[in-house]
Each structure stands twice: as structure tokens, then as C-alpha cells.
Design a protein around this ligand. Structure first.
Ligand code: SF4
Length: 477
């Protein structure tokens, strides 16, 4: 496979390249564009014209520098061994293959895909989106030899994208519905994925029936199909091994996998907890589950489509920086939408606080998240979870939770948090410190109310803290 006929370089070395606003020529998709998607479909041999690229809508020459446009990427593939189960996994490779182009940054997946084309790429001669389609076709056939034929359609027309976008949503929904049909107890094998290690070197997804990949695009069925056809590829089997903690979802095999794949950086994972030994997060997660210390044991969820800040005053982008990168970050977890409605969702944290399940820890959700999962939420909880429409200010949240009777208000952690009483001993030996936005009031400093120190993304181990008032030096007489 060669790209020497193209005026730019292509290769895995360019994965992870960032294109900032001032380096960008145009942006395709992303949060400011209403309809955009990427979809891969397995077709019959006769339905594919191998190598064909179709552009529907404005091409590069028609785009204004600094502009934003829709993008629909439809990759259709054929091959005698291909099956529908492989579509989602093939689709996820669009992210990787676009990022192989020096000058293209691709983020996210499905209907949250987001690309930037750099000015230097355009200066080198990238003047036709057909080139991108050609790169995709060549890479698909070279990297996945079971694909024998491929064609690509790129849609940038805001009017014409709608029909295929709706069709893509239908396909995503069907895949998700199927993923919800089994539970972790029904299987004897989990799967792993390291596709995101170019961005987050210590991250590996553990994909189980109840825990869809963080990107929301690879279910247990998809991962199983991919590991079968390419066992040495980025998706692989994870034998569960002995269950070490059923409630937390700790398995010997998963611990071994993360230790190996993170090169020893991470040693154990609780699959069903966001507060102790949580799953690592890359950067492609659909949403973020974040701890709200002011509610004791309560959490919030925000997704990429959220406009503005979450209840903790932070926008998605700021929390994403804190959450991603392959770290294990108690209190900030990258998650998929499907995981929110899983019976295992942060179950360990909920049960430990005396609640019925993990979803009962959720006290606030961005409206875009709530609209998507509303019908799947427990009926008695649905209307007790606030969105920005009910509560926009953190200081109003406890009163609202008490008014609607959210179950969190019965937890000891909530009572302690709202009464201002600190737990005497809140870290068990060996436990990880839940990190969030930790407010610390130091009485007697800076006026009657003290002042607030916000500690973010840190662990502190100290035998004691000494706070001294520094008196101004007196002048020598
Ligand atoms: S988020 Fe996880 S499953 Fe999705 S591509 Fe990245 S590593 Fe793979």
C-alpha cells in the first residue's frame, strides 16, 4: 500500500496529533454542528464499487477558512467472511485511520464525530475530500485483509445529510438494544480494546455485556466478533478469572489485563465503581460521571453535547481534561451512555452508601443526557434527578433534592455533607482517595467566612497540616 500519489503523509506516527483553533483550516462535525455521523456497513459484493469515493456537498475549495461544516462518513465494505457483527468495530477504525493523516485530527465516534483539517495540510495540496476517502479505503483493505472491497461516501451538505443521519441513528439504536439483552453473569469471557492507546498510553477498555466501551461504539458482541476474526488485533479476549469482589466487579483476569496493558501503571479495577479503583478513561468517552462532594455520595453526569457548565461549574471540556489520558481518576469517570442504564452502573458505590443501586447516586444530569436515557431510568427516580433546567447552582441542589425526596438524602454521607460535619475517618487503609472538587474552609483566615481552597486532580498524603498566620514583619527601631 502506498500513499506516494497523495501530497501529504499518512501513517500511525501522526496519531495523537492535536490541531488547535489557530492551526485549523476547517472543522467538520463537532459539538457546534447539528447533524454529523460516521457509519460502517457490511454489504454484498455486488453492491460495492471498489475504490469509489462520492462527495455530497461542498468540497474543500467551497469551504471558507475557519468555517464549520457537517460531515457524514459512510464506509461500505464487502468480503466473503464479513458479518454484520463486525460493523461497529470496523466503524471505530475510522477514528484511527483519519488520524493517520498528517494534518487531520479526528475525535469521538458515531454522531459525535469531530474533525479538524490543518492549514498546513491544505497548503500541501489537500484540496479534495476524495483524498480522505481514498486513504480510508486503502487503509481498510490493508489493515483488515478480510475486507476485499470498500467504497466511501462523504456528506457535507447540511440539507442532504439528514436522511443518512437518521438511518445511522436507527442502526446505533439497534446495536444498543441488542447489547442490553445480556448481562455479565451470562458470559465467561470479557474483551479488551487498546485502540485509544495512541492518545492515552495506559488506557485499555474492558468491555463486558453490562459495561459497553467508553466510546459507546463497541459492545460485548462487537468486541467478541472482532477478537474472533483478528485475535492479535487491538480487540482481544480477557478471560475473567476468579471473581475477587462480586459487588465491585473485580476480576483476577481483568486486573491482569490492565496491569499488562498499562505497563504496570494500573494494578486493579473495580468495573462497577467510579470511586474506588475505577476503570481508566481515554478521551473518547461519551459522557463523564463526576462526584459532587457537596451531596456526600451524589454524582452528576454530563455529555459532550452539553451547552455551558455542569452543576459543579465546570464545562465538559475542563472535566474531560481531568478525566482522560489513561488515568484512574476516582470521582471523574469517562463512561458510555449505555453504561448509565446498565444494572451494574456504579453499583458498588450505590450499595455501599445504602442505596438500591448505582443509578440512585445520580442527583444531577445534563438535559441532553437525561433526554437520552429518561425512558430507561427507574420510574421512582426519573423526576428526582435534576437537570440545568431545575437546578443550575450547586448551592440550590440540596434543597431541591430534599423537596423531591431523592433517595440520596437518606445516606449518612449526604447528612454529613449538608450539616458540614466531616467524617472522622474517611479513608480506609489502602483505599483510594475519592477525588473531586474538594472544598476546604479554613476558619479565621481571610475574614469571618474563611476562604475556600479548591484542590483538583491530586492526592494528598500528610501526617499533619500546619497553617500559620504570617504576621507582617515589624520595622526595627
Ligand atoms: S474507547 Fe475503548 S473501546 Fe472505544 S476505541 Fe477506545 S479503547 Fe477501544
Amino acid at each position: 500500500m502506498s500513499f506516494s500519489d497523495l501530497p501529504f503523509e499518512v501513517g500511525p506516527v501522526y496519531e495523537g496529533e492535536r490541531i488547535r483553533g489557530n492551526q485549523m483550516y476547517v472543522e467538520l462535525g463537532g459539538p457546534k454542528i447539528e447533524k454529523h455521523f460516521e457509519l460502517t456497513r457490511v454489504k454484498k459484493d455486488k453492491e460495492i464499487e471498489d475504490g469509489k469515493v462520492t462527495i455530497i456537498g461542498p468540497n474543500i475549495k467551497d469551504m471558507e477558512e475557519g468555517g464549520r461544516y457537517p460531515i457524514g462518513i459512510l464506509v461500505e465494505v464487502a468480503g466473503p467472511e464479513l458479518e454484520e457483527d463486525l460493523e461497529a468495530v470496523f466503524e471505530r477504525r475510522i477514528h484511527e485511520f483519519c488520524n493517520f493523516v498528517n494534518g487531520i485530527m479526528h475525535l469521538n465516534q458515531r454522531y459525535t464525530n469531530w474533525m479538524r483539517l490543518s492549514k498546513s495540510l491544505i497548503e500541501k495540496g489537500f484540496n479534495d475530500l476524495t483524498m480522505l476517502g481514498t486513504v480510508l479505503i486503502r487503509l481498510y483493505k490493508a489493515e483488515l485483509p478480510i475486507i476485499k472491497k470498500a467504497q466511501v461516501t462523504l456528506i457535507t451538505d447540511p440539507e442532504k445529510i439528514g436522511e443518512t443521519y437518521d438511518f445511522a441513528l436507527e442502526i446505533y439504536n439497534k446495536r444498543d438494544e441488542r447489547a442490553r439483552s445480556i448481562n455479565d453473569e451470562d458470559v465467561d469471557m470479557f474483551y479488551g480494546c487498546v485502540l485509544c492507546q495512541s492518545f492515552a498510553p495506559t488506557h485499555a477498555c474492558c468491555i463486558t455485556p453490562n459495561r459497553m466501551s467508553l466510546c459507546g461504539s463497541i459492545s460485548w458482541f462487537d468486541a467478541r466478533a472482532a477478537a474472533r476474526v483478528d485475535p492479535k488485533g487491538p480487540l482481544f479476549e480477557v478471560p475473567m478469572g476468579k471473581c475477587l469482589n462480586e459487588l465491585a466487579g473485580e476480576f483476577e483476569g481483568v486486573n491482569e489485563m490492565i496491569k499488562k496493558r498499562s505497563l504496570g501503571d494500573i494494578e486493579r479495577i473495580y468495573l462497577y465503581s467510579g470511586m474506588e479503583y475505577p476503570h481508566t478513561s481515554c478521551g473518547c468517552f461519551e459522557a463523564i460521571d463526576f462526584f459532587i462532594p457537596e451531596t456526600g455520595a451524589g454524582h452528576g453526569i454530563i455529555d459532550r453535547n452539553h451547552d455551558g457548565v455542569a452543576i459543579n461549574g465546570l464545562p465538559f471540556s475542563a472535566m474531560a481534561n481531568q478525566t482522560g489520558g489513561g488515568k484512574q481518576m476516582p470521582g471523574f469517570n469517562g463512561i458510555s451512555m449505555q453504561y448509565i442504564i446498565s444494572p451494574k452502573y456504579q453499583k458498588y458505590d450505590g450499595i455501599k452508601s445504602g442505596l438500591d443501586s448505582g443509578i440512585h447516586t445520580i442527583v444531577w444530569m445534563g438535559k441532553t443526557v437525561k433526554d437520552r436515557v429518561y425512558e430507561f431510568l427507574p420510574e421512582d427516580l426519573r423526576d428526582k434527578i435534576a437537570t440545568e433546567e431545575e437546578v443550575a447552582d450547586l448551592s440550590d441542589l440540596p434543597a431541591w433534592l430534599e423537596k423531591v425526596g431523592h433517595p440520596i438524602i437518606e445516606t449518612e454521607e449526604y447528612k454529613a455533607a449538608v450539616s458540614g460535619v466531616e467524617e472522622e475517618e474517611w479513608e480506609e487503609e489502602g483505599a483510594m482517595v475519592p477525588m473531586g472538587t474538594i472544598g476546604m474552609t479554613i476558619p479565621g483566615v481571610g475574614g469571618a467566612g474563611g476562604f475556600k481552597v479548591i484542590l483538583k486532580n491530586c492526592k494528598i498524603h500528610a501526617e499533619s497540616i500546619i497553617i500559620k498566620k504570617i504576621e507582617p514583619k515589624r520595622k526595627k527601631k
